[in-house]
Design a protein around this ligand. Sequence first.
Ligand code: ADE
Length: 248
Amino acid sequence: MRLDVVTVFPEYLAPLRLALLGRAVDRGIVEVGIHDLRDWTHDVHRSVDDTPFGGGPGMVMRPTVWGEALDDLVPVPHPDTGDDDRPLLIVPTPAGRPFTQSDAHRYARRRHLLFACGRYEGIDQRVVDEASETMDVEEVSIGDYVLIGGEVAVLVIAEAVVRLLPGVLGNRRSHEEDSFSDGLLEGPSYTRPEVWRDRAVPEVLKSGNHARIDRWRRDQSLRRTAERRPELLARAELDTPDLALLAE
Ligand code: ADE
Protein backbone atom coordinates (compact mmCIF):
# COMPACT_ATOMS: atom_id res chain seq x y z
CA MET A 1 0.00 0.00 0.00
CA ARG A 2 1.14 3.55 -0.69
CA LEU A 3 0.27 6.38 1.74
CA ASP A 4 0.82 10.00 0.71
CA VAL A 5 0.14 12.89 3.05
CA VAL A 6 0.04 16.56 2.05
CA THR A 7 0.36 18.99 4.94
CA VAL A 8 1.80 22.37 5.93
CA PHE A 9 3.40 20.65 8.94
CA PRO A 10 5.33 17.66 7.56
CA GLU A 11 7.17 17.17 10.86
CA TYR A 12 3.81 16.51 12.54
CA LEU A 13 3.62 13.25 10.58
CA ALA A 14 6.96 11.91 11.84
CA PRO A 15 5.17 9.23 13.96
CA LEU A 16 4.17 7.50 10.71
CA ARG A 17 7.73 6.23 10.63
CA LEU A 18 7.77 5.01 14.27
CA ALA A 19 6.84 1.79 16.05
CA LEU A 20 4.38 -0.51 14.28
CA LEU A 21 3.86 1.87 11.36
CA GLY A 22 7.61 2.31 10.98
CA ARG A 23 8.12 -1.44 11.02
CA ALA A 24 5.54 -1.83 8.25
CA VAL A 25 7.52 0.75 6.25
CA ASP A 26 10.84 -1.02 6.91
CA ARG A 27 9.35 -4.33 5.77
CA GLY A 28 8.04 -2.85 2.55
CA ILE A 29 4.37 -3.41 3.45
CA VAL A 30 3.69 0.34 3.31
CA GLU A 31 5.41 3.10 1.38
CA VAL A 32 4.99 6.55 2.92
CA GLY A 33 5.38 9.95 1.27
CA ILE A 34 5.02 13.11 3.35
CA HIS A 35 4.74 16.29 1.28
CA ASP A 36 4.91 19.95 2.23
CA LEU A 37 2.00 21.77 0.62
CA ARG A 38 4.14 24.92 0.44
CA ASP A 39 6.31 23.21 -2.18
CA TRP A 40 3.46 23.95 -4.61
CA THR A 41 3.31 27.70 -3.89
CA HIS A 42 4.86 30.25 -6.24
CA ASP A 43 4.94 33.44 -4.14
CA VAL A 44 7.72 34.63 -1.84
CA HIS A 45 5.54 34.17 1.25
CA ARG A 46 4.67 30.59 0.21
CA SER A 47 1.10 31.36 1.21
CA VAL A 48 -1.49 28.57 1.18
CA ASP A 49 -4.59 30.38 2.43
CA ASP A 50 -6.79 33.39 1.77
CA THR A 51 -9.84 35.12 3.24
CA PRO A 52 -13.22 33.40 2.82
CA PHE A 53 -15.68 34.60 0.19
CA GLY A 54 -18.82 35.78 1.97
CA GLY A 55 -16.82 36.93 4.99
CA GLY A 56 -16.43 35.30 8.36
CA PRO A 57 -13.54 34.37 10.62
CA GLY A 58 -10.45 32.38 9.69
CA MET A 59 -8.78 31.58 6.42
CA VAL A 60 -9.52 29.05 3.70
CA MET A 61 -6.85 26.99 1.95
CA ARG A 62 -6.43 28.03 -1.66
CA PRO A 63 -7.58 25.71 -4.46
CA THR A 64 -4.74 26.72 -6.76
CA VAL A 65 -2.04 25.31 -4.47
CA TRP A 66 -3.98 22.14 -3.60
CA GLY A 67 -4.86 21.56 -7.26
CA GLU A 68 -1.21 21.50 -8.31
CA ALA A 69 -0.23 19.26 -5.39
CA LEU A 70 -2.89 16.68 -6.22
CA ASP A 71 -2.07 16.81 -9.95
CA ASP A 72 1.54 15.96 -9.16
CA LEU A 73 0.79 13.21 -6.65
CA VAL A 74 -1.95 11.36 -8.52
CA PRO A 75 -0.52 9.14 -11.23
CA VAL A 76 -2.04 9.46 -14.69
CA PRO A 77 -4.30 6.38 -15.03
CA HIS A 78 -2.77 3.51 -16.98
CA PRO A 79 -5.10 2.30 -19.77
CA ASP A 80 -5.08 -1.28 -18.40
CA THR A 81 -5.86 -0.47 -14.79
CA GLY A 82 -9.42 -0.68 -13.55
CA ASP A 83 -11.27 1.64 -11.23
CA ASP A 84 -9.93 -0.26 -8.21
CA ASP A 85 -6.55 1.33 -8.78
CA ARG A 86 -7.89 4.86 -8.47
CA PRO A 87 -6.35 6.52 -5.44
CA LEU A 88 -8.60 7.20 -2.49
CA LEU A 89 -8.35 10.81 -1.36
CA ILE A 90 -9.13 11.13 2.35
CA VAL A 91 -9.86 14.60 3.66
CA PRO A 92 -10.09 14.69 7.47
CA THR A 93 -12.55 17.32 8.62
CA PRO A 94 -14.91 17.69 11.59
CA ALA A 95 -17.62 18.12 8.94
CA GLY A 96 -16.99 14.62 7.53
CA ARG A 97 -18.78 11.30 7.98
CA PRO A 98 -17.61 9.48 11.14
CA PHE A 99 -14.60 7.23 10.51
CA THR A 100 -15.28 3.68 11.77
CA GLN A 101 -13.60 0.29 11.94
CA SER A 102 -15.45 -0.80 8.81
CA ASP A 103 -13.93 2.18 6.95
CA ALA A 104 -10.51 1.04 8.21
CA HIS A 105 -11.15 -2.41 6.68
CA ARG A 106 -12.31 -0.85 3.42
CA TYR A 107 -9.28 1.46 3.23
CA ALA A 108 -6.95 -1.47 4.00
CA ARG A 109 -7.99 -3.03 0.68
CA ARG A 110 -6.87 0.02 -1.36
CA ARG A 111 -3.50 0.34 -3.07
CA HIS A 112 -3.08 4.10 -2.71
CA LEU A 113 -4.38 6.39 0.04
CA LEU A 114 -3.76 10.11 -0.30
CA PHE A 115 -4.48 12.31 2.70
CA ALA A 116 -5.09 16.06 2.37
CA CYS A 117 -4.63 17.85 5.69
CA GLY A 118 -6.61 21.03 6.01
CA ARG A 119 -5.79 23.76 8.52
CA TYR A 120 -7.60 27.00 9.26
CA GLU A 121 -11.26 26.88 8.18
CA GLY A 122 -10.66 24.05 5.72
CA ILE A 123 -9.90 23.64 2.03
CA ASP A 124 -11.79 25.41 -0.79
CA GLN A 125 -14.63 22.95 -1.57
CA ARG A 126 -13.85 22.97 -5.30
CA VAL A 127 -10.68 20.95 -4.60
CA VAL A 128 -12.76 18.04 -3.30
CA ASP A 129 -15.38 18.49 -6.03
CA GLU A 130 -12.79 18.39 -8.80
CA ALA A 131 -10.78 15.53 -7.28
CA SER A 132 -13.98 13.42 -7.25
CA GLU A 133 -13.74 13.24 -11.04
CA THR A 134 -10.45 11.30 -11.03
CA MET A 135 -10.35 9.72 -7.57
CA ASP A 136 -12.60 8.33 -4.90
CA VAL A 137 -12.89 11.01 -2.25
CA GLU A 138 -14.06 10.73 1.36
CA GLU A 139 -14.35 13.55 3.87
CA VAL A 140 -14.15 11.91 7.31
CA SER A 141 -14.23 12.96 10.94
CA ILE A 142 -12.49 11.06 13.74
CA GLY A 143 -14.91 12.32 16.38
CA ASP A 144 -17.23 15.05 17.53
CA TYR A 145 -14.59 17.56 18.57
CA VAL A 146 -12.52 20.09 16.64
CA LEU A 147 -8.77 19.71 16.17
CA ILE A 148 -6.49 22.44 14.84
CA GLY A 149 -5.90 20.54 11.63
CA GLY A 150 -6.18 17.17 9.94
CA GLU A 151 -2.68 15.89 10.81
CA VAL A 152 -3.56 14.05 14.01
CA ALA A 153 -6.63 12.59 12.31
CA VAL A 154 -4.34 11.21 9.57
CA LEU A 155 -2.19 9.52 12.20
CA VAL A 156 -5.29 7.96 13.73
CA ILE A 157 -6.68 6.73 10.42
CA ALA A 158 -3.30 5.50 9.12
CA GLU A 159 -2.70 3.50 12.29
CA ALA A 160 -6.17 1.95 12.20
CA VAL A 161 -5.64 0.93 8.56
CA VAL A 162 -2.01 -0.21 8.59
CA ARG A 163 -2.46 -2.58 11.54
CA LEU A 164 -5.01 -4.47 9.41
CA LEU A 165 -2.55 -5.12 6.58
CA PRO A 166 -1.31 -8.72 6.34
CA GLY A 167 2.04 -9.15 8.10
CA VAL A 168 1.80 -6.04 10.29
CA LEU A 169 0.39 -7.61 13.46
CA GLY A 170 2.11 -10.71 14.76
CA ASN A 171 -1.00 -12.63 15.68
CA ARG A 172 -3.64 -12.90 12.92
CA ARG A 173 -6.44 -13.44 15.42
CA SER A 174 -5.66 -10.24 17.27
CA HIS A 175 -7.72 -8.04 15.02
CA GLU A 176 -10.50 -10.54 14.48
CA GLU A 177 -11.27 -10.11 18.17
CA ASP A 178 -10.92 -6.31 18.30
CA SER A 179 -13.55 -4.10 19.79
CA PHE A 180 -16.02 -3.37 16.94
CA SER A 181 -15.18 -6.43 14.81
CA ASP A 182 -18.40 -8.04 16.04
CA GLY A 183 -20.09 -4.73 16.75
CA LEU A 184 -19.38 -4.94 20.49
CA LEU A 185 -16.72 -3.53 22.80
CA GLU A 186 -14.00 -5.90 23.89
CA GLY A 187 -14.16 -7.08 27.51
CA PRO A 188 -11.36 -6.96 30.13
CA SER A 189 -8.05 -8.84 29.84
CA TYR A 190 -5.75 -10.30 32.54
CA THR A 191 -2.23 -11.69 32.79
CA ARG A 192 0.10 -12.97 35.54
CA PRO A 193 0.27 -12.78 38.52
CA GLU A 194 -2.98 -14.57 39.41
CA VAL A 195 -3.37 -12.34 42.45
CA TRP A 196 -2.12 -8.76 42.41
CA ARG A 197 -2.67 -6.39 45.36
CA ASP A 198 -5.36 -8.74 46.67
CA ARG A 199 -7.18 -8.72 43.35
CA ALA A 200 -7.62 -12.15 41.77
CA VAL A 201 -8.02 -12.96 38.10
CA PRO A 202 -11.59 -14.25 37.42
CA GLU A 203 -11.62 -18.02 38.14
CA VAL A 204 -13.26 -18.97 34.86
CA LEU A 205 -10.23 -17.77 32.87
CA LYS A 206 -8.08 -20.39 34.62
CA SER A 207 -10.62 -23.20 34.20
CA GLY A 208 -9.32 -24.47 30.87
CA ASN A 209 -12.98 -24.84 29.77
CA HIS A 210 -12.96 -22.95 26.50
CA ALA A 211 -16.71 -22.98 25.96
CA ARG A 212 -17.19 -21.41 29.42
CA ILE A 213 -14.40 -18.92 28.80
CA ASP A 214 -15.92 -17.86 25.45
CA ARG A 215 -19.35 -17.44 27.07
CA TRP A 216 -17.87 -15.41 29.92
CA ARG A 217 -15.98 -13.15 27.50
CA ARG A 218 -19.10 -12.65 25.42
CA ASP A 219 -21.08 -11.70 28.55
CA GLN A 220 -18.40 -9.22 29.62
CA SER A 221 -18.44 -7.73 26.17
CA LEU A 222 -22.22 -7.40 26.17
CA ARG A 223 -22.29 -5.87 29.67
CA ARG A 224 -19.58 -3.36 28.84
CA THR A 225 -21.28 -2.39 25.58
CA ALA A 226 -24.65 -1.98 27.30
CA GLU A 227 -23.06 0.28 29.90
CA ARG A 228 -20.74 2.38 27.75
CA ARG A 229 -22.12 2.31 24.21
CA PRO A 230 -25.74 1.11 24.36
CA GLU A 231 -26.41 2.43 20.86
CA LEU A 232 -24.07 -0.25 19.44
CA LEU A 233 -26.32 -3.07 20.67
CA ALA A 234 -29.02 -2.15 18.20
CA ARG A 235 -26.71 -3.05 15.30
CA ALA A 236 -24.92 -6.07 16.83
CA GLU A 237 -25.92 -9.65 15.99
CA LEU A 238 -27.33 -11.05 19.23
CA ASP A 239 -28.46 -14.63 19.85
CA THR A 240 -30.80 -16.00 22.56
CA PRO A 241 -28.16 -16.35 25.32
CA ASP A 242 -27.00 -12.78 24.55
CA LEU A 243 -30.53 -11.44 24.90
CA ALA A 244 -31.02 -13.39 28.14
CA LEU A 245 -27.84 -11.86 29.60
CA LEU A 246 -28.94 -8.36 28.66
CA ALA A 247 -32.37 -8.93 30.18
CA GLU A 248 -30.80 -9.73 33.62
N1 ADE B 1 -9.87 18.29 11.63
C1 ADE B 1 -10.27 19.03 12.68
N2 ADE B 1 -11.04 18.35 13.51
C2 ADE B 1 -11.17 17.09 12.96
C3 ADE B 1 -11.87 15.92 13.34
N3 ADE B 1 -12.62 15.86 14.44
N4 ADE B 1 -11.78 14.85 12.54
C4 ADE B 1 -11.06 14.89 11.42
N5 ADE B 1 -10.37 15.96 11.01
C5 ADE B 1 -10.43 17.07 11.78
